[in-house]
Every structure is written in structure tokens, then in C-alpha cells.
Design a protein around this ligand. Structure first.
Ligand code: ADP
Ligand code: MG
Ligand code: ZN
Length: 475
């Protein structure tokens, strides 16, 4: 990853993440909520905004929004819906039902694997729009011959999660979205597929002089369809804004479009303000006022979240690094790892194996006791690290007991006296190298270890060989 390093300037980012909820039906009607169906088959008078139709809030969508709020440590509050008025051909009512000054979730946070915390301003409910496809001219609106509109997505429930402007680098932005995605997946409210648009990110970016605590003017970047786009767009925008400011110009508050092919952002429109939308309370919907009982039911139904799982594992993982602990949780191997540690396996070895040798599908189903026995064979010196790795991959492929597999592979324990004989023979065969070792040239140690491996077909434990040689060289 390219780091954005500029000691004179600091990046300030706040993200708005739209998450499509995976409810069976839409937010205000009973139409199917599904991706990829035949266009305009999941529609009805309500989601088409036909005169006389009336919306009714989907209880499950409210529950999902509350799950998100609780998972992000927000306060879940009584809320109402507003109409946000604007014209777009894929929005048949000419307004979007959204939440405005009284959103369902406010003031939360998300803890990232690196230990940083990003504030969550709000996470509110709204309906999705339909989808326009510009036909001809490579899909570009101004070159298209005509446009097709699919209303299947109109009225699909969304939760928009707005972060505080707490993010300071492209890497952190990426980590925030990854972590948010992991949380949304864990609480089972969305299928979180960025490529299908069920998770969409807009980035607000500004820059300021390092050390300043005032915010600069921001640009909002749309069309970030992947983590890579997000990262590249932020890097580009950071440079662009610094370039303007250093040339004595100022930043215009505007909405910009990320062009993935050209690798740059371009101005789309000047920033619209809340008053442009003529927000007013939606008269056809009642306020949403979840009872305390419902809220606590939702809270207690949440599974352990990634941050808690990382903390629990870190507490048991000895001196394993924070990064390794995060990888184990991300791969869903923490239950296995903690179980192996609980039955007495060396924590660091267990974590190391999980990070380096268990990156395969289904590894989380490995038997924890057998995994622990394998690690024990290794820490008792009965298997070398290389042998343990081979046994482990055999266990993953075919199952079985580690000791049996080691025996079948001919990895019988090489006891220390046999190894001592090998070492003494090597010393006798290589007197010049041994003299160098005695005179303190430790580079030659690698040579001896390599020779010992060769002589034993890899059965020697490198650590034991090194210890034996040190002992011989110092006596
Ligand atoms: P709007 O409703 O116009 O989009 P908000 O105040 O709700 O504006 O902010 C939207 C997003 O912009 C939030 O994620 C917020 O953290 C971020 N943001 C606000 N000010 C700045 C700034 N100066 N630089 C970067 N991001 C900002
Ligand atoms: Mg906005
Ligand atoms: Zn409908």
C-alpha cells in the first residue's frame, strides 16, 4: 500500500456508508427485496408512488436498523421519517423517504483493529431508489442513446451510517469500511457485497495544515465501489487539494465523481444544502418508537462482535502481535485458537499456525484437541517447525491424529544424542568452518544448520542443532 506521507498537511475524512438491508421485503410495501431479478417484477403501487397508495413501515427493517445502532454503540432514539424532495428518473415519487433531524441511531463509535476509534454521528433509515441504465456510449450518461429504468430496487431498505470526521489516512478509511462490513455481516443485516451495491461508500475529504485543529472545506466523492477505489480516490483527492492550496487557490465545496479508469476525481455538481431538499415530515407514516423491552431484546440477540472477539483472544494469546490477533478473528479462527490454548497449547505457536498455515477453507472445523496435540509435539521438540506444518496440512486434508500422521510421514522424533552424533561428525568434516564459529563468526552457523538438515533429511530441529554447536564452540 502506498502511504500518503506529507508532513506539512493532514487529511481529514468522514465516510457515509449506505447499507442495503437483507430483509425479505421492501421498507414500506410487501414487494420482494432481491438483487438481480427480471427488471420491474418486484413492484407495486406503493414503491411506484402511485396516487392513493400508502406506505407501512417494515418491522423487520426497523429491527435491523436497531441491530446496527446497538452494534455501533449508538443511542437508539424515537425517530420519524421525512420526505427529501428532488427529481431523479429512478425515483418515481420525486421524493425519497429518509430520516433527517430525528434519526433512529445517534452518537456511536467503531473500534478498528489498530486500536483507533472512529465516531459514528448517526445511522438512519431510508429507502433506496431504482436503477437507471444508460444504453449506448459505453454507459456514460451524456453519450447514451436512451436510458432504461428498473424499479425493483425502489423502496429497498437502507441504513446510512455517517462517521464523524475522525479518519486521517486512506489506510484508516479502508480499515473502517472493512471493520464496518465485518460488523454488518456478523449481525446478519446485510449481504455486504460492494460489487452488487449492497454497501456503498461516499467519502468527504478535506485537508489542513499539520497541527491545525480547524477543519478545511470538504469535497464529497461519490462512486467508490471497492476498497481499492476508496483508497485511490482519497490519495488522489489529498494531493489535488494540497496542490490547490499551495498554489494559493481555495477548495470549492462540491460533489465529485471518482473515475476508476482515469484514476482521478472530477467535479459533478456544487454541494447541495439541506434546505435545497425542502425536507418535511412524512405525513403518511407514524413515528418509530421502539420500546425499551424491544431494544434490550435486540441488544441481547447480538453475537460477539469482531472488536470484542479480538480483545478476548488478545487476552489469551500471550505476546502475539495485534495484527496477528486481528487476522485470526477476521478468518473466523478465534474459537478454534482459543480452544487449543485452553487445553494447554503454546499460545504464540497456535496463533502463528492460524495465521500462516490455516488460511484454507474449513480450517475453523479442525479439532481443537488435535490441533493442540500437534503444537505440543512441536514445543516438546518432537517435531520441527517444518514437520509440524506438513502434519498440519495433512490433518486439514484428511483428518487424523497428529502423532499417527507424523509417524506415517517418517517424522519420528530425533533424540538429542542422535543429533549430537550428527553435529560432531559435521564438526570433524568441516574444521575450517568450525574454527570460524569458535572465533565468533556466527554467519557460519547457517551453514552448519543447513548441513545438519541435509544429513537428517530435514528431521533435525534447527534450534537444538544451534544449541549443540554453541555449546561445542564455547568449550
Ligand atoms: P451533509 O449532510 O451535507 O452530507 P454532514 O455534516 O452530515 O453533511 O457531514 C457529512 C459527512 O462529512 C460526515 O461523515 C462528516 O464526518 C463529514 N465531514 C464534515 N465536515 C468535514 C470536513 N471538514 N472534512 C472532512 N469530512 C467532513
Ligand atoms: Mg451527505
Ligand atoms: Zn412495492
Amino acid at each position: 500500500m502506498t502511504a500518503v506521507v506529507d508532513t506539512a498537511w493532514e487529511m481529514v475524512v468522514g465516510l457515509e456508508v449506505h447499507c442495503e438491508l437483507s430483509t425479505a421485503t421492501k421498507l414500506f410495501c410487501g414487494c420482494r427485496n432481491a438483487f438481480g431479478d427480471v427488471p420491474n417484477t418486484n413492484i407495486c403501487p406503493v414503491c411506484l408512488g402511485l396516487p392513493g397508495s400508502l406506505p407501512v413501515v417494515n418491522r423487520r427493517a426497523v429491527e435491523y436498523a436497531m441491530r446496527i445502532g446497538e452494534a455501533l454503540h449508538c443511542t437508539v432514539e424515537p425517530s420519524i421519517f421525512h420526505r427529501k424532495n428532488y427529481f431523479y428518473p429512478d425515483m418515481p415519487k420525486d421524493y425519497q423517504v429518509s430520516q433527517y433531524d430525528l434519526p433512529i441511531n445517534v452518537r456511536g463509535w467503531l473500534d478498528l483493529p489498530d486500536g483507533s476509534r472512529v465516531g459514528v454521528t448517526r445511522a438512519h433509515m431510508e429507502e433506496d431508489t431504482g436503477k437507471t441504465t444508460h444504453v449506448g456510449g459505453g454507459g456514460r450518461i451524456h453519450e447514451a442513446g436512451y436510458a432504461l429504468v428498473d424499479y425493483n430496487r425502489a423502496g429497498v431498505p437502507l441504513v446510512e451510517i455517517v462517521s464523524d470526521p475522525d479518519i486521517r489516512s486512506p489506510d484508516q478509511a479502508r480499515a473502517y469500511v472493512s471493520e464496518l462490513r465485518a460488523v454488518l455481516e456478523a449481525i446478519d443485516v446485510s449481504d455486504v457485497k460492494m460489487e452488487e451495491g449492497s454497501l456503498r461508500v461516499d467519502a468527504n475529504v478535506s485537508v489542513r495544515r499539520a497541527g491545525s485543529d480547524e477543519f478545511g472545506t470538504r469535497a464529497e466523492i461519490k462512486n467508490l465501489n471497492s476498497l481499492r477505489s476508496l483508497q485511490r480516490a482519497l490519495e488522489y483527492e489529498f494531493r489535488r487539494q494540497i496542490g490547490l492550496l499551495e498554489a494559493g487557490q481555495s477548495i470549492v465545496q462540491e460533489t465529485r465523481h471518482w473515475n476508476e479508469e482515469e484514476g482521478r476525481t472530477a467535479s459533478m455538481r456544487s454541494k447541495e444544502e439541506a434546505y435545497d431538499y425542502r425536507y418535511f415530515p412524512e405525513p403518511d407514516l407514524v413515528p418509530v418508537e421502539p420500546s425499551e423491552a424491544w431494544r434490550s431484546e435486540v441488544r441481547s440477540s447480538l453475537p460477539p462482535l469482531p472488536a470484542e472477539r479480538r480483545a478476548a483472544l488478545a487476552a489469551e494469546a500471550g505476546s502475539s502481535s495485534t495484527a496477528d490477533v486481528a487476522v485470526v478473528v477476521e478468518r473466523g479462527l478465534d474459537t478454534l485458537v482459543r480452544a487449543a490454548i485452553a487445553v494447554g497449547a503454546d499460545p504464540e505457536r497456535v496463533v502463528t499456525h492460524a495465521v500462516h498455515n490455516l488460511a484454507v477453507e474449513g480450517a475453523e472445523h479442525l479439532d481443537a484437541r488435535r490441533f493442540a496435540s500437534l503444537v505440543k509435539l512441536e514445543t516438546d521438540g518432537k517435531l520441527t517447525a517444518t514437520q509440524a506444518k506438513k502434519v498440519l496440512s495433512e490433518m486439514l486434508e484428511r483428518g487424523g491424529d497428529p502423532a499417527d500422521i507424523a509417524a506415517a510421514l517418517g517424522f519420528e522424533a530425533m533424540d538429542e544424542s542422535a543429533l549430537a552424533a550428527v553435529v560432531d561428525q559435521l564438526i570433524a568434516d568441516n574444521p575450517a568452518e568450525f574454527d570460524r564459529l569458535k572465533s565468533g563468526d556466527h554467519k557460519v552457523m547457517g551453514f552448519f544448520v543447513g548441513q545438519a538438515m541435509k544429513a537428517t533429511q530435514g528431521k533435525a530441529d534447527g534450534k537444538v542443532v544451534t544449541a549443540l554447536l554453541r555449546e561445542r564452540a564455547s568449550s
